[in-house]
Design a protein. Structure first.
Lengths: 565, 344, 341
C-alpha cells in the first residue's frame, strides 16, 4: 500500500521523521531518561525487578488515605463545579443583560489565575479572621465567626469549585449557543411543553459538552497541588501533595519513588481516558441561527430576578477572594483598624535575601520572569517542530511518544528532573534555573502543540503549493508563507505558555533550592508563615505581571505585522 | 520544437487509475485546453507537470530537458490555482512579487507593477487579498504566476469560481493576454465553451486516458467517439448499421429509417453511430418528427423530437415553431459515422 | 522576539551565577530568623570575618529543615555549611545519616559555659545553644476558667472542640516533643488518647510559627508552645494574657543543638559561628528573642524573664535510645491515627 502512494509521499515522511529527531532527542534527555530513573528507584530493589516497594506503599494506610481522599475531593469538587457553573452557563446563553460580554470574558480568567493565589484569597476571605466572617460578625453582632470553612475538606472543594465552575460554564455556554434553536422549536410545534422540550431536547444536546467539562475538571482536581497544600493542613493531602511531602519535606526517597510510580500510573490513565473520551464529546449540529436571548431585567417577568439569588452568592464566592488579595496588599493592621500602606510592596520588591524564601523577593520575581520567558520560547520552538513532524508523519506511536509529557503529573516531572540533574548529561549545564525551565517546557509544550495543530491544519495547502511553483523550496515556503500565517496563533500560545509558567507551583516546589525561588512559591511561603500582607503583595504583583506580559505579547505581534508592511 | 512533452505518464492513487499512459505535446506559444469530466485526471496531470505530484511512470520534458525528478521550485512552471491561493498575509503587489525573490528589490517591485498594469490592477497593489472581488483575485493569481516568466503556464479551472457573466468577459481577456505574451499554456477546464474559445488545441480526457486531441474546430466537428461528440456540444447519436458503401457514401439504417452519410472508413455491415449536431439538422421539410419538448432560448427554440426510436435535438427559429409536429431533413454533410463496438 | 530571548538568557545566567560570592550558609528554622537573634549573629560574624557573608536559610520548622539537609546530602545537592536547630529527639536521625563533622572543641571556647546536663554524651558532633520546655499555652481572655484543662486528659473535653492547634511531629520539633510527651505520659494508651484528641484539634500545622500566629490571631485559644510564653506575654504585651499550662506539672524538655555540616568548605568559619552563638553577647539575647533558656550558664537573663518563665516541676524526656529505636514506628502510627479521624 505504501508503494502505491508514490515516492513523493515517502520523501515527505522522511522529512517528518527528520523533523522529529530534535524533539525526540530533547525528550530522551529531559523526560524519558529522568522518568526512568524515578521508576527504577521505585521498582528495583537491590537490582531486581520487584513490586515490593509498590505493594508496601499501596498497603500503607497513609497512602490509601491519600488516594481515597484525592478521589473523594475530586468527585465533590467536580459536582460542586457543576452546581455552581451550570447556572452561569445558562445565564450567559439565555439572557441578555448589561455587562454580559465582560462576564463572558471573565470566565477565561481562571485559566491564567495561579491556584496559589486562589488559596491565598480563600484564607483571606473565608478564614476565621477573614473578611467575610468579620463582616458577618459585625452585621449580625456575633461573637464567634459563623463560617468555619477552613481546615476542612470543604475549603479545598470550594476553592476547586471556584476555579473550575467557570470552565463548566464556558463549555455549557459554547455548546448551548451552538445548538440549533430549530430543534427546540420543532419539539414545541410537535406538542412538547417548555419543560419537556428542555429535558428531552436541550439537555441531551448539552450532554457531551457537560461530560467533557466534568471529565476535565475531575482530572484537574485529582492532580491538584497548590490548593490542597495551602489549605489542607496535615490531615488533608492529595497524592500529588503526598509525593512532594515525601520528597522534599520528609525526604524518604524510596517511598517517594514508589508513590510517584503510583501517581504516574494514575495520571497516565486519566489522560488516556480523557483524550479517548474526547472523541465522543463533539458539539452536534451547527446552527445558522443563534439561540434567542431574553433580557434579564424585564418587568413582565419579575421572577427572572430570582437569578440574583444565584448571582449574588456566586459573585461573593468568585470575586471575594481575589478582591481580598488585592485589598489586603494595600492594608496594614494597626491598633484601631487597618491603614493603607505600600509597606508590603516594598517588601515584595526588596533585594534583601529573605531567610524564609531562601532568596530575595525581587530575585524570586526575576527568576519567575526569566524562567517563564525561556520556557515559553522553548515550548514554542518544540511545539512547532513537533506539529510539523506530526503533520508529515501520521503515526499514532510517534504522536504518543512526542506528547507523552501530557500524561505525566507535574510533581512526578519535578521529581524526575530533581534526580536527573545530579548526573550527566544534565549536570553539565551551567548553574542557573535550568531544571525549572526544562520542567516548565515539558509541562507547557503539549498545550502549545494542541493549539497550533488545528490552526496549521486549517491552512489552505494550496498556499504552500503556490509558493513552491513560484520557486520557493519547501523550507522557504514554510518561512515565508506558513509561519507568518501561524504567527497569531503562535503568539497566543506563547502568551499562554508564559502565563502558565509564571503561575506554576508544583514543579517549582519540587525543584526549589536557595537561590531558585519563584513568585508562586514565595506566595506560598509567606502564606504558611501567615505573613498575609507580603503574600498578597506578591500575588498582586503576579497578577499584574501576567496581565502585562500577555498584553505586551499581543501588542508585539500587532507591531510586528505593521512593520512588515 | 515542442516546449512541453508528456510521455507515457501513469499515475494511480491506491486502486484508482488517475492518469493512464498519457502522451501529449505542447508547442511553444501554444494554448492547449485539457478538457474532460470531473475526475478524468486533468488536474492530476497539471500537478504532475508542476512537480506537486510524482508520476508512477513516464517522463516530463520542458524545453527539451527531462524534469521528471525535479522539485516544483526548480521547474519554472507557473500554476494558477482554482482557489487562487493568494497569500493572505501579503499585499497584492507582494503576492505578485513573491516568485521574484532572486531579483534585486527594485527590479522586483518594478516587474510586479508591470504585471499588475497588464491585468489592469495597478491601483490595487497595496490592498490585501480579502479586500478584492473574485474577478480581481483571479487576475492577481494570473499576474503572480506570470511574473517569474515561467516556461509553461498551467491554469487549473481558473474561471470556475466566477459567475457566468464575469466568466465570459474574462475569458476573452485571458485569451488576448496569453497570445500577446506568447505564453505556452496548458489550460484545464470542464466547461467546453471555455475550452473551445480559448484553445489553440484541445485535448479531451476521460478516465485518465487522452481520447482525442486537435484544433477545436476539428475536434468539435469531427469527434472520434460519441463521448467526445457529446462532451463538446449537443449531439444526436443514433445506433446504426451500414448497409451499403459506394463512392465514399454509405447507406445507413437507423431506427427503421435509411440515411446517407459520408462513409469514412466504414464498410458494409459495420455497426456504427450516426452522429449529427442539432445546428446541422434542417427544419422545414423532410421526415416528420413528433415534438416532445420545446425550450425557448430567446434567440431560438431548442426542440426535442421523436420518430419511433429516433430522438433528435434540433434548433428551430424563433418565429416558426407551430404545433406538435416538425419536419426535418438531414443532408449527408450533416452526418458523421462514428465507430461502435458492442460495449461502447 | 529574539531580543526577548537574549534578555531572558542573560537574566537566567545572572540568576544562576548570583550565589557564588563568599558565603557561609546556615539552615535553621523560620522562627529563629523571624523572632530570634539571627540578625545580631550575622552582624557579629561579618564583623569578625569581613569578606564572608552569613546567609540564613529558613523556610520551615526544624524537622523539615533537617529533612531537607539530609535529603540534599543524599542527593549530592549543594547544601548548608551549618545547621542550627536540631532538637535532641532529632539528633539521632541526623547522626545516622552522618550529617555532621566531628567537632573540634578547642575552636569553641564558649563551650565551657555549657552545663553537662544538656550536653550530649559525647558532644563530638553537636553542641547545644538553648533549651526549653514544650507545654500547652492558652489565651486567658478567650477561654473561660472552667474550661481550662489541668491534665492532659482534660484536653479531651467536648467543650474544647476545634479549640486546639498542634504542630505536625513530622516537620516541627515542638510537635514532635508533644507527641513524645503523650507517649511518655500515657505509655501504651497514647493511641487512644490521640484518637479522642483529634476531633478537638482545629488543625495540625506544618510549623510552630503558623500555629502561634493562629493563636495570636484568635483562631484557637490553646496551642502547643513553650513554657516561656508567659514571660513573652508579660514582657511584650504587658499582661499575663497568655498562660502556660503544665498538666500534672509536666512539660517536655527540649534542648536545641547546632553542628557543622559534613560537606562544608569552611569548617573553621563554621566553628567560629558556633562559638559566636555561644558567646555571652548572643546568649543574653536568647531569652527575649527566642524565648528559650540560654545554654551558656554564665549569660545574664533579665529579671522579668526569670520571674515569669516557667520551669515545669516534673519535666519529661524519653530515653534517647528508646526514641531512636521506635521513632519511625511511632510516627507511622500517629500518621495512621491522623488519617483515620
Amino acid at each position: 500500500m505504501a508503494a502505491d502512494f508514490g515516492r513523493k509521499l515517502d520523501a515527505r515522511r522522511w522529512a517528518g521523521w527528520a523533523l522529529a529527531l530534535a524533539p525526540l532527542a530533547f525528550l530522551a534527555v529531559a523526560f524519558f531518561s529522568p522518568l526512568w530513573e524515578v521508576l527504577r528507584r521505585g521498582l528495583l530493589v537491590e537490582g531486581q525487578w520487584s513490586t515490593d516497594l509498590l505493594r508496601a506503599v499501596l498497603a500503607d494506610q497513609y497512602v490509601r488515605h491519600l488516594l481515597s481522599f484525592t478521589l473523594r475531593q475530586a468527585l465533590l469538587s467536580t459536582l460542586l463545579s457543576l452546581v455552581l457553573g451550570f447556572p452561569l452557563g445558562w445565564l450567559l446563553t439565555r439572557y441578555s443583560f448589561p455587562g454580559k460580554r465582560s462576564l463572558k470574558a471573565l470566565t477565561l480568567v481562571p485559566f491564567v489565575l495561579p491556584p496559589i493565589t486562589v488559596a491565598l484569597g480563600f484564607v483571606l476571605f473565608f478564614g476565621h479572621a477573614g473578611h467575610l466572617n468579620q463582616a458577618l460578625m459585625w452585621l449580625l453582632r456575633l461573637s464567634e465567626p459563623p463560617i468555619r470553612l477552613l481546615y476542612s475538606l470543604w475549603a479545598i472543594v470550594l476553592a476547586h469549585a471556584f476555579y473550575n465552575a467557570p470552565v463548566v460554564a464556558r463549555f455549557v455556554n459554547v455548546a448551548w449557543e451552538a445548538q440549533d434553536p430549530a430543534l427546540t422549536e420543532a419539539a414545541r410545534v410537535l406538542g412538547a411543553g417548555r419543560l419537556r422540550s428542555f429535558i428531552t431536547v436541550t439537555i441531551p444536546g448539552l450532554f457531551p459538552a457537560v461530560l467533557s467539562a466534568l471529565a476535565l475538571v475531575f482530572v484537574l482536581c485529582t492532580l491538584s497541588f497548590a490548593i490542597p497544600l495551602a489549605l489542607g493542613g496535615a490531615r488533608y493531602a492529595t497524592v500529588e501533595v503526598g509525593v512532594y511531602l515525601l520528597a522534599r519535606v520528609y525526604v524518604d526517597l524510596p517511598r517517594t519513588a514508589a508513590l510517584a510510580a503510583v501517581v504516574l500510573g494514575i495520571s497516565l490513565l486519566l489522560t488516556y481516558l480523557y483524550l479517548r473520551g474526547g472523541g465522543l464529546f463533539h458539539t452536534l449540529s451547527s446552527a445558522d441561527r443563534r439561540q434567542p436571548t431574553v433580557p434579564l431585567a424585564c418587568r413582565r417577568h419579575p421572577a427572572r430576578l430570582l437569578w440574583l439569588g444565584y448571582l449574588i452568592p456566586a459573585g461573593v464566592v468568585f470575586a471575594g477572594p481575589i478582591a481580598a488579595v488585592i485589598a489586603d496588599s494595600f492594608l496594614r493592621a494597626a491598633p484601631g483598624g487597618a491603614s493603607p500602606t505600600l509597606h508590603w510592596y516594598r517588601l515584595a520588591l526588596s533585594t534583601d535575601t529573605s531567610a524564609l524564601l531562601g532568596a530575595s523577593p525581587l530575585g524570586s520575581i526575576t527568576t519567575s520572569v526569566a524562567v517563564a520567558a525561556a520556557a515559553a520560547g522553548g515550548a514554542l520552538a518544540l511545539g512547532v517542530a513537533i506539529s510539523a513532524s506530526l503533520r508529515a508523519v501520521r503515526s499514532r506511536v510517534l504522536e504518543t511518544v512526542l506528547m507523552a509529557p501530557l500524561g505525566v503529573s507535574s510533581v512526578v516531572l519535578g521529581l524526575a528532573l530533581l534526580l536527573a540533574f545530579r548526573r550527566p548529561p544534565l549536570s553539565y549545564l551551567p548553574p542557573g534555573p535550568w531544571p525549572l525551565v526544562l520542567a516548565h517546557v515539558l509541562i507547557v509544550y503539549p498545550f502549545v502543540v494542541r493549539s497550533i495543530r488545528p490552526l496549521w491544519q486549517s491552512l489552505d495547502p494550496s498556499l504552500v503549493e503556490a509558493a513552491r511553483t513560484l520557486g520557493a523550496t519547501r523550507r522557504e515556503a514554510f518561512g515565508s508563507v506558513e509561519l507568518p500565517l501561524l504567527k497569531p496563533g503562535l503568539l497566543v500560545a506563547g502568551a499562554l505558555a508564559f502565563a502558565l509558567s509564571l503561575g506554576e507551583m508544583t514543579a517549582a516546589a519540587m525543584l526549589a533550592r536557595p537561590g531558585l525561588n519563584t513568585i508562586p512559591l514565595a506566595i506560598y511561603q509567606f502564606l504558611s508563615a501567615r505573613r498575609f500582607g507580603a503574600a498578597s503583595a506578591m500575588a498582586t504583583v503576579l497578577m499584574v505581571v501576567t496581565a502585562v506580559a500577555v498584553l505586551l505579547w499581543e501588542r508585539l505581534g500587532r507591531v510586528g505585522e505593521a512593520a512588515e508592511q | 520544437m515542442s516546449f512541453l512533452v508528456l510521455s507515457g505518464i501513469d499515475k494511480r492513487f491506491g486502486s484508482v487509475v488517475a492518469v493512464d499512459n498519457l502522451t501529449l505535446e505542447v508547442a511553444q506559444g501554444e494554448v492547449v485546453a485539457l478538457i474532460g469530466p470531473s475526475g478524468c485526471g486533468k488536474t492530476t496531470t497539471l500537478r504532475i507537470i508542476s512537480g506537486l505530484e510524482r508520476a508512477d511512470a513516464g517522463r516530463v520534458f520542458l524545453r527539451g530537458k527531462d524534469v521528471t525528478s525535479l522539485p516544483p521550485e526548480a521547474r519554472a512552471v507557473g500554476l494558477v490555482f482554482q482557489s487562487y491561493a493568494l497569500f493572505p498575509h501579503l499585499t497584492v503587489e507582494k503576492n505578485v512579487a513573491y516568485g521574484l525573490r532572486r531579483m534585486p528589490r527594485r527590479e522586483r517591485s518594478h516587474r510586479a507593477k508591470e504585471l499588475l498594469q497588464l491585468v489592469g490592477l495597478e491601483e490595487h497593489g497595496g490592498r490585501r487579498p480579502h479586500q478584492l472581488s473574485q474577478g480581481q483575485k483571479q487576475r492577481v493569481a494570473l499576474a503572480r504566476a506570470l511574473a517569474p516568466q515561467p516556461n509553461v503556464l498551467l491554469l487549473d479551472e481558473p474561471l470556475a469560481a466566477l459567475d457566468a457573466a464575469l466568466r465570459t468577459s474574462l475569458r476573452s481577456e485571458l485569451k488576448h493576454m496569453l497570445h500577446q505574451l506568447g505564453v505556452t499554456a496548458l489550460y484545464v477546464t470542464h466547461d467546453q465553451a471555455e475550452a473551445l474559445a480559448l484553445a489553440d488545441r484541445l485535448a479531451v480526457m476521460r478516465a485518465g486516458v487522452l481520447e482525442q486531441e486537435g484544433p477545436p474546430e476539428r475536434v468539435y466537428m469531427r469527434p472520434e467517439s460519441p463521448f467526445v461528440a457529446r462532451f463538446l456540444g449537443r449531439a444526436n447519436i443514433w445506433p446504426a448499421r451500414v448497409t451499403e458503401v459506394r463512392d465514399g457514401q454509405a447507406q445507413v439504417d437507423a431506427g427503421g429509417e435509411t440515411f446517407t452519410a459520408p462513409a469514412g472508413q466504414m464498410r458494409t455491415g459495420d455497426k456504427a453511430y450516426l452522429f449529427s449536431r442539432p445546428e446541422d439538422v434542417q427544419p422545414g421539410s423532410g421526415i416528420p418528427f413528433q415534438v416532445e419538448r420545446a425550450e425557448y432560448q430567446g434567440d431560438r427554440w431548442e426542440v426535442q423530437a421523436r420518430r419511433g426510436e429516433l430522438e433528435v435535438l434540433v434548433y428551430v427559429a424563433r418565429d416558426t415553431l407551430l404545433g406538435a409536429e416538425v419536419q426535418l431533413s438531414f443532408p449527408p454533410s450533416s452526418f458523421q459515422l462514428l465507430p461502435r463496438e458492442s460495449d461502447r | 522576539m529574539r531580543r526577548l530571548y537574549c534578555v531572558a538568557m542573560v537574566l537566567m545566567l545572572a540568576v544562576g551565577l548570583s550565589g557564588t560570592a563568599d558565603e557561609l550558609v546556615v539552615y535553621t528554622y523560620d522562627s529563629f530568623v523571624a523572632w530570634g537573634p539571627a540578625q545580631e549573629i550575622k552582624e557579629k560574624f561579618e564583623e569578625t570575618h569581613p569578606g564572608t557573608e552569613l546567609v540564613w536559610i529558613a523556610p520551615g520548622d526544624s524537622s523539615e529543615m533537617l529533612s531537607r539537609l539530609l535529603g540534599e546530602l543524599e542527593l549530592g545537592l549543594p547544601t548548608a555549611d551549618v545547621f542550627l536547630g536540631a532538637a535532641d529527639v532529632e539528633v539521632p536521625r541526623a547522626l545516622d545519616h552522618e550529617a555532621f563533622l566531628p567537632l573540634e572543641p578547642q575552636l569553641i571556647t564558649n563551650l565551657k559555659y555549657v552545663p553537662d546536663d544538656i550536653r550530649l554524651q559525647d558532644d563530638a558532633y553537636v553542641v547545644p545553644y538553648d533549651y526549653g520546655y514544650v507545654t500547652l499555652v492558652y489565651d486567658a481572655e478567650a477561654l473561660p476558667d472552667e474550661h481550662v484543662p489541668t491534665t492532659l486528659e482534660d484536653l479531651l473535653h467536648p467543650e474544647l472542640a476545634d479549640k486546639i492547634v498542634l504542630q505536625d511531629p513530622r516537620t516541627s520539633s515542638p510537635g514532635l516533643s508533644f507527641l513524645l510527651w503523650t507517649i511518655a505520659h500515657f505509655e501504651e494508651g497514647w493511641t487512644d488518647f490521640w484518637r479522642e484528641l483529634l476531633p478537638n484539634v482545629l488543625t495540625v500545622t506544618r510549623g510552630w510559627t503558623e500555629s502561634f500566629e493562629m493563636f495570636e490571631a484568635g483562631e484557637a485559644p490553646i496551642v502547643v508552645s513553650y513554657s516561656t510564653d508567659e514571660a513573652y506575654s508579660y514582657i511584650v504585651h504587658g499582661d499575663l494574657r497568655y498562660r502556660v499550662l503544665t498538666p500534672s506539672g509536666e512539660g517536655y524538655r527540649q534542648v536545641e543543638y547546632m553542628g557543622v555540616v559534613r560537606t562544608t568548605d569552611s569548617p573553621d568559619l563554621a566553628h567560629s559561628l558556633l562559638d559566636i552563638v555561644l558567646s555571652h553577647q548572643v546568649q543574653e539575647l536568647i531569652p527575649t528573642s527566642q524565648w528559650m533558656f540560654p545554654a551558656n550558664q554564665d549569660a545574664d537573663t533579665p529579671a522579668d524573664f526569670q520571674e515569669h518563665a516557667i520551669v515545669p516541676e516534673n519535666p519529661v524526656a524519653l530515653d534517647m535510645d528508646a526514641v531512636e529505636e521506635k521513632l519511625e514506628e511511632w510516627i507511622s502510627e500517629w500518621q495512621r491515627i491522623l488519617v483515620e479521624s
